[in-house]
Each structure stands twice: as structure tokens, then as C-alpha cells.
Design a protein around this ligand. Structure first.
Ligand code: ADP
Ligand code: MG
Length: 250
């Protein structure tokens, strides 16, 4: 589902990604770990073309993100093609990022109607199904501020699913939540994993990672310094920095 090769990204003179290679199989879950500033968010943003790589490339579902290969080189795609590619990749952020002036239902149908041209009645029906799936049946008319953080994040997940993405990216989806609300959000993500959704999840929830991930990847200083089966990466990391980080968060 995802193939990253030789990915490099700098901000000014600061190299944030320093040659990242990563594969994510269809229907699998990859957990991305690493200290603050190691480049985790930047890597996710490159997968969704919110950042443009300086070198290397990302492929999603067999297409190079943001570019087309022709006459021996890469050509940037026109905006509407980039928009089409982005609709295949859902993203869920730490801060929920719901539209505050729209109801839950309006948040869910906005992009399917405006970007994908789904007829409104169909989008409304689908939104109802998705809200039931994340345990928020009957909250269609609520505004985000009327919901708890855990409920808002579940709406954000339903909103991402409303676009029928092939891949979901999560950037620390539970880091902004009160501890008692973390479980309900992890539960929704666990259900998606069981349902075969392809996902890359940045999280410090090590127990959750061990349980749902097919692959764990540890990023340090813009490089993958450890990757493999969760049990190996999380419980027996060979890398010194990974060992220190994991013993601090466990
Ligand atoms: P992580 O998610 O692992 O904490 P990030 O990918 O957010 O790391 O950031 C890695 C480094 O890149 C940090 O030092 C951060 O300050 C820097 N950085 C990220 N985005 C930008 C940006 N748009 N402009 C300048 N520096 C950035
Ligand atoms: Mg981050």
C-alpha cells in the first residue's frame, strides 16, 4: 500500500528526514515511534503530500505521490490530480481539527459532497453508518465544542472514513486526550485494524502498539534505526536510542 524510498526533507539547513525507506503492506498496521523532533509528523505529511520531499519518493497504492514518472524524470502532478490522490489517504491529527462552526453531520458530509461529488442524501446515510460505527449514534446535530475530546476524535476518525480512503494516517491521535478517554479512541482504531484497514499510526501507547501493529518502526534523527515485528522492536530493541526511549515511555 505504501512504498517510501530514499526520502529526504530539510527545513532550511535542518535535515528532518535523512533517507527513509519504508514499506506498508495492504491491510497492515505500522506503528511509528520515536522521540519528539525525530521526523514522525514530517514523514506522515510527505505520505499525504502536505510536504514536498527534497529527494526520494512516496508511493501509495502504486502511484507516486504528487508526481508522475515520464521521459525518465518526475513531473509534478496538476492540483486536481493531487487532490484526487489525497482523497485516498485519510489523516487524523492530535488536535482533532474538526470544523468548529459545523455540526458533527456537516463535518462528515462536507468533503464527500464538495470534493468527491457524492449526492448529499448518500453522504448523509453514510455518515449515519459511520457515526454508529464509532459509537456516536444520535450525535449528528451536536457541535464539536459540545463533545468530549474522545468523542471529537471519534468524529474525526469517522470524517476521515467518510472519504473511503485506502490508507489512514494517525498522528498521535490520543496525545491530547485525558487519560480516561484514550481507551475509547484506541478501541475504534483497533476495530479498524481488525477490519483490515491499512494504517500508519504515530503513538506512544506501547501496549496498544504491541497488540495491533504488524510492524513497528523507530525513527531517530530522521532515520529509521529499528524496524520489524513489534515484539522485537518494542521488547528487544538493538538500537541504544530506541532502548532509552522505550524504557522512558513504558
Ligand atoms: P516529530 O513529529 O517526530 O516530533 P516533526 O516531523 O514534527 O517531528 O519535526 C521534526 C523537526 O522538523 C523538528 O525539529 C521541527 O521543529 C522541524 N520542523 C517540522 N516542520 C517544520 C516546518 N514547517 N518548518 C521548519 N521546521 C519544521
Ligand atoms: Mg509529531
Amino acid at each position: 500500500m505504501v512504498r517510501v524510498r530514499g526520502l529526504k526533507k530539510s527545513f532550511g539547513s535542518h535535515r528532518v528526514l535523512d533517507g527513509v525507506d519504508l514499506d506498508v503492506a495492504e491491510g497492515s498496521v505500522t506503528v511509528l515511534l520515536g522521540p519528539s523532533g525525530s521526523g514522525k509528523s514530517t514523514l506522515l505529511r510527505c505520505v499525504n503530500h502536505l510536504e514536498r520531499p527534497d529527494a526520494g519518493f512516496v508511493e501509495v497504492a502504486g502511484e507516486i505521490v504528487g508526481y508522475r514518472y515520464r521521459d525518465g524524470r518526475l513531473h509534478e502532478l496538476p492540483g486536481r490530480e493531487i487532490t484526487r490522490q489525497r482523497t485516498q489517504v485519510g489523516m487524523v491529527f492530535q488536535q482533532f481539527n474538526l470544523f468548529p462552526h459545523l455540526t458533527v453531520l456537516e463535518n462528515l458530509i462536507e468533503a464527500p459532497v464538495a470534493v468527491r461529488g457524492v449526492p448529499k442524501p448518500d453522504a448523509v446515510a453514510k455518515a449515519g453508518e459511520l457515526l454508529a460505527r464509532v459509537g456516536l449514534d444520535g450525535r449528528q446535530s451536536a457541535y464539536p465544542r459540545e463533545l468530549s475530546g474522545g468523542q471529537q476524535q471519534r468524529v474525526a476518525i469517522a470524517r476521515a472514513l467518510a472519504m473511503e480512503p485506502r490508507l489512514l494516517l494517525f498522528d498521535e491521535p490520543t496525545s491530547a486526550l485525558d487519560p480516561e478517554l484514550v481507551g475509547e479512541v484506541l478501541g475504534v482504531i483497533r476495530d479498524l485494524a481488525v477490519g483490515g484497514m491499512s494504517m500508519i499510526i504515530v503513538t506512544h501507547e506501547i501496549g496498544f502498539a504491541r497488540e495491533v501493529a504488524d510492524q513497528a518502526v523507530f525513527l531517530d534523527g530522521g532515520r529509521i534505526v529499528e524496524s520489524g515485528a513489534p515484539a522485537d522492536v518494542l521488547d528487544r530493541p538493538g538500537n541504544e536510542r530506541a532502548r532509552a526511549f522505550l524504557s522512558a515511555v513504558l
